[in-house]
Design a protein around this ligand. Structure first.
Ligand SMILES: Cc1cc2nc3c(=O)[nH]c(=O)nc-3n(C[C@H](O)[C@H](O)[C@H](O)COP(=O)(O)O)c2cc1C
Length: 265
């Protein structure tokens, strides 16, 4: 499936993590079918995939202690799965999963990446994953109230969710006045990507023939790979690049580099 960039680009601005779902409003069957379809169709890498699960969704979020990660009233979730024999499974799952999240956003569903605080053994059984495969993260899907509940606002404040690091701190390489138009637009989209505890671990090296993504920050992983966060930012970067008329390919790179988006000349 090609990236539907003109549909997903506006969803980047619209998306916000939502954790409290409306128990009285089940997801419309056509929306569920569309979510299932995008999970099956958007598989840009052979070792990363997504599965919609519509039964027992609340059980994967239940019993979690503390407010971070508490998801309420989810009737369905999507599991993001990677084959751990692939050295780039983390970034591939981030990239693939964010495509699904942006499509869910465009369909009117609330979402929230949940990387650490879910019951992995239940999610693994429900998603029916294969050998060497792991559910690296999940998202609830469903309808939320238009505005955030007080509990959600508390949660958002905890993760200082809407703050983002300035682009000047994230980008290096070619000076800004030499950036072609697509570079600024794409880095702005990448900057808005969600990350675990909003840690924004990415950096961007602007080069003559593309942009390299690298892990910029040190510090603990909190059980979620920073390379997964970087995969999410890669998807945002490419969606905006495509919407600006720039096509390219990703080359994965060894740590602390992540991948380079090489423009097609
Ligand atoms: C890989 C990943 C894992 C996350 N894990 C959790 C989690 O376990 N619990 C939770 O409540 N939020 C989780 N989040 C959501 C982040 O806290 C949120 O994306 C970030 O604070 C930015 O806020 P925004 O998504 O509203 O822009 C996760 C996000 C990502 C990308």
């Amino acid at each position: 499936m090609d990236i539907p960039f003109s549909r997903w680009h506006p969803a980047i601005e619209k998306r916000r993590s939502r954790r409290y779902f409306d128990p009285n409003l089940p997801i419309a069957p056509d929306v569920l079918a569309a979510l299932d379809n995008v999970c099956n169709q958007f598989v840009p890498f052979p070792h990363a995939w997504s599965r919609l699960v519509t039964k027992s969704a609340d059980s994967v979020f239940k019993g979690i202690i503390g407010s971070y990660g508490r998801i309420k009233n989810a009737s369905a979730f999507i599991a993001f799965i990677g084959n751990m024999s692939d050295p780039f499974a983390q970034e591939e799952v981030g990239y693939t999963g964010e495509g699904i999240i942006l499509e869910a956003t465009a369909l009117g569903s609330g979402t929230c990446w949940v990387g650490g605080f879910f019951r992995a053994e239940i999610a693994t059984a429900l998603a029916e994953v294969g050998e060497n495969e792991r559910v690296l993260a999940i998202t609830p899907v469903g309808y939320t109230q238009e505005s955030e509940s007080w509990e959600e606002r508390l949660m958002t404040g905890f993760a200082r969710s809407h703050n983002r690091v300035a682009l000047s701190k994230l980008a290096r390489g070619l000076p800004r006045e030499k950036w072609p138009n697509w570079v600024g637009v794409s880095l702005e989209a990448a900057r808005l990507a969600p990350s675990a505890a909003n840690r924004q671990p990415w950096g961007f090296d602007v080069q003559d023939d593309g942009i390299a993504v690298f892990v910029r920050t040190r510090g603990p992983q909190f059980n979620v790979s920073k390379r997964l966060d970087c995969g999410i930012a890669m998807l945002h970067l490419e969606v905006a690049a495509l919407d600006s008329g720039c096509k390219g390919e990703w080359d994965f790179l060894p740590s602390p580099q992540v991948a380079k988006f090489k423009t097609r000349s």
